[in-house]
Design a binder for this molecule. Sequence first.
Ligand SMILES: NC(=O)c1ccc[n+]([C@@H]2O[C@H](COP(=O)([O-])OP(=O)(O)OC[C@H]3O[C@@H](n4cnc5c(N)ncnc54)[C@H](OP(=O)(O)O)[C@@H]3O)[C@@H](O)[C@H]2O)c1
Length: 252
Amino acid sequence: VAVVVITGASSGIGEATARLLAEKGHQLVLAARRADRLDALALALAPKTDVLVVQTDVADPAQVEALVAKAVARFGTVDVLVNNAGMGHAFPWWEETPEGIVQTLNVNVAAPMLAARAVIPLMREKGRGHIINVASVAGHIATTGLYAATKFALRGHSEALRRELAPLGIAVSVVSPGFIRTEMTEGLRMKMPGPEIVAQAIERLVRRPRREVVVPGYYRLLIWLCWTMPWLADLILARKDPQRGRSRLGRG
Ligand SMILES: NC(=O)c1ccc[n+]([C@@H]2O[C@H](COP(=O)([O-])OP(=O)(O)OC[C@H]3O[C@@H](n4cnc5c(N)ncnc54)[C@H](OP(=O)(O)O)[C@@H]3O)[C@@H](O)[C@H]2O)c1
């Protein structure tokens, strides 16, 4: 049984992960801005395990620090950090306000780094710990300039972090989901698996860290194709008319 901090636990992948990890008896710290959603979830999970709700805006460095401090005050430690909170982003990114661009970078890239920064000293002292970062297939196959920038960055950061922390006994894993049915993709009409499939991948990682897991697994083939045949990827993914080709991905 581990003490697990999950950011973005108020919906989608984070919520599904909280439900599954509670089933397994892990002690949970749930963070997001919508405290009402977190409270309702905590109430539902309370019969299964200990749950602490910490209303957190991860775009605010002080609140990320406070989240980890509150987790430690309640449970004495943090064994696993799941950096899941994230914002999607609609195409085209250049129509976003400067503040909106910075906010997306903060939530998707700076926040996971700040949370890692807060837990590393604890984990280092114990000589063990695990940081799980939720990136995206968009961190391999770029289609939207802002969102892809954040997920490529998070994967690059995670890769370095894995090498930096291995000597300290701290594991780093990445989960890269493809399209998953959550609030983030509610505007898309294509068929998608539910967030439980990602929750299951994260639960397996909690038991056994891995460098990176792509879910669903068939996206690995697409990633490989785009890597080996970038010209084909360009042909398929290029948008001729930014306005008509507007993606409705994300509520960021
Ligand atoms: N759905 C997909 O197709 C897909 C694919 C690849 C990767 N992902 C990644 O999976 C992760 C979870 O997304 P999801 O699909 O589950 O979408 P979601 O249902 O929209 O969940 C996003 C979560 O992030 C939280 N969040 C956003 N901004 C925050 C902030 N400033 N402070 C604290 N929490 C914040 C939200 O909580 P509050 O609004 O309550 O703060 C919410 O709990 C994200 O990192 C996303 O990029 C999703």
